[in-house]
Design a protein around this ligand. Structure first.
Ligand SMILES: NC(=O)c1ccc[n+]([C@@H]2O[C@H](COP(=O)([O-])OP(=O)(O)OC[C@H]3O[C@@H](n4cnc5c(N)ncnc54)[C@H](OP(=O)(O)O)[C@@H]3O)[C@@H](O)[C@H]2O)c1
Length: 160
């Protein structure tokens, strides 16, 4: 099962200066609950934004043509992005960013978990500087929407 999990705001921004724009405690907690003991896949730049530290208690896969393999087996590097399709059987896989990796897998997601920041909590930054996510939700239907103080968490499922 292939899932996207991301946090976006009203401008569809997901990142600024190779970092997250929003770090809401509740959202990070739910992210952890969903991904723990599962597989997380990210691009090399997102991995760098984590100071090259894999997320604990999850299988970590980094998509990169330049990154070296882990010396202590704490993550795997896929040089060929299409190798992801070989590991999907019997696994719950979350694509955790960034833009390049999210968008590549858009035609293949089973579910999309979007944390959408409420307008009044959208930060003030130069919109031209941010990384924006372009995801097509045409073939998805919303199956759940949870309301929190500063954001909603919407889950979309691919239509059969
Ligand atoms: N809001 C959120 O939920 C969220 C979540 C995650 C990340 N982010 C943000 O997103 C931003 C980073 O996104 P990004 O799009 O710049 O970078 P990214 O997707 O994290 O990583 C891009 C890198 O992935 C590798 N890559 C991409 N396509 C590939 C392919 N077809 N084959 C092999 N390798 C491939 C390349 O690494 P090499 O150059 O090493 O080959 C490329 O430079 C940061 O600001 C981060 O904080 C936001």
């Amino acid at each position: 099962m292939l899932n996207l999990i991301a946090c976006i705001d009203k401008y569809n921004s997901i990142g600024l200066n190779n970092d997250l724009i929003y770090k809401f405690k509740d959202d990070l907690h739910i992210f952890k609950q969903k991904t723990i003991n599962n597989t997380v896949i990210m691009g090399r730049k997102t991995f760098e934004s984590l100071n090259n530290n894999p997320l604990p208690n999850r299988e970590n896969i980094i998509i990169s043509k330049t990154l070296s393999e882990s010396k202590n087996n704490s993550y795997s590097v896929f040089k060929n992005i299409n190798d992801v399709f070989k590991i999907l059987t019997n696994k719950t896989v979350f694509i955790i960013g960034g833009k390049q990796i999210y968008e590549y897998f858009n035609p293949y997601y089973d579910e999309i978990h979007l944390t959408v920041v409420k307008n009044e909590f959208t930060k003030n930054y130069n919109i031209n500087d941010s990384i924006k996510l372009n995801i097509n939700l045409d073939n998805f239907k919303i199956i759940s929407s949870q309301n929190f103080e500063k954001f909603h968490i919407n889950i979309y499922k691919r239509l059969p």
